[in-house]
Design a protein around this ligand. Structure first.
Ligand code: ADP
Length: 285
């Protein structure tokens, strides 16, 4: 396949401006090896009030990347770009590419770097046309090669690594439901894991749909137990090295989810040095 060339725009400063360099799968850089290891970088390099953040959300399937990335994108007025959504849009479009991707996705495997970069580049280009700047990426990069390519074309301010125990991830994926009409995500799982070996217990109440969505709920074809287990295996093999890549750059913020949205959201805002109230006021001003 010819190298995927789409315009991604690198930032000239900490605020993202998309300006033209090619995102090409042919371009693979040397990872930044010399930076200091930082377990939990305070995101001080980012001026949240200036927005236009360029953040990445990492984490296993089912951890809640989509939920928190989407909330933060609303708060910070930047687009939430989930490569899983781009893949599903392609699947639903009925295109030839979509048909090829269905088998891969439904087996819990990763789509090739070339294809995913092509989908992401198209999405960024479309956003650029609408005047978007900044982003929160969810589900990308998922391989070290993708991370290296991203590094080559733009600056990532911060990488948030969401974490939950594996047993919880499986329950959460199996409990996931989507309204086929409004596309909202819900979860019927009620999670209660006892604390052990010094780890605190975790409780998560189900996130139930409103009455108008109940009869329209669907389950993702890749949220079956076997496929979820395969996706977790693939994550450990291909995506955990991406955590190491960003840890080596001192950009990785490790975040153990303390529970459901009610407990997690305020804690996440706290570690990100964000204040929901201030943000709302400054957005309204
Ligand atoms: P998950 O719940 O596993 O995090 P996503 O919705 O992010 O699921 O992605 C769904 C599927 O789309 C993945 O299992 C994979 O097949 C494909 N996909 C999404 N993002 C990428 C990526 N960056 N690289 C390769 N494949 C991807």
């Amino acid at each position: 396949m010819a190298a995927v060339i789409r315009l991604l725009r690198p930032s000239s400063s900490s605020s993202l401006s998309l300006a033209g360099r090619s995102l090409s799968t042919a371009v693979v850089t040397e990872a930044v090896k010399s930076q200091t290891y930082t377990q939990n970088p305070a995101p001080t390099a980012v001026d949240p009030k200036g927005r236009n953040v360029q953040w990445v959300f990492l984490g296993c399937p089912g951890v809640g990347k989509g939920t928190y990335a989407s909330r933060l994108s609303t708060l910070l007025c930047v687009p939430h770009i989930a490569t899983g959504d781009l893949v599903r849009e392609e699947l639903n479009s009925g295109s030839n590419l979509g048909k090829q991707l269905a088998d891969i996705v439904n087996q819990g495997k990763l789509v090739s770097d070339d294809i995913i970069i092509s989908l992401l580049s198209k999405r960024l280009e479309a956003g650029e046309g609408k005047g978007e700047s900044g982003f929160i990426l969810d589900g990308f990069p998922r391989t070290v090669r993708q991370a290296e390519i991203l590094d080559e074309v733009t600056h990532i301010d911060l990488v948030v690594n969401l974490k939950l125990p594996e047993s919880v991830l499986i329950e959460k994926c199996l409990g996931r439901r989507i309204c086929s009409q409004c596309r909202e995500n819900f979860n019927v799982a009620s999670i209660n894991v006892k604390g052990e070996n010094g780890r605190p217990g975790i409780s998560m109440a189900p996130l139930l749909p409103p009455p108008q969505c109940v009869s329209k709920l669907i389950t993702r074809a890749d949220d079956t137990e076997d496929v979820v287990k395969e996706r977790l295996r693939v994550y450990n093999e291909k995506s955990q090295p991406v955590e190491d890549f960003y840890r080596g750059q001192g950009k990785l913020l490790e975040f153990d989810l303390p529970g459901g949205i009610q407990e997690t959201w305020p804690k996440l805002l706290e570690v990100l040095n964000l204040d929901e109230q201030d943000e709302k006021q400054s957005v309204a001003a």
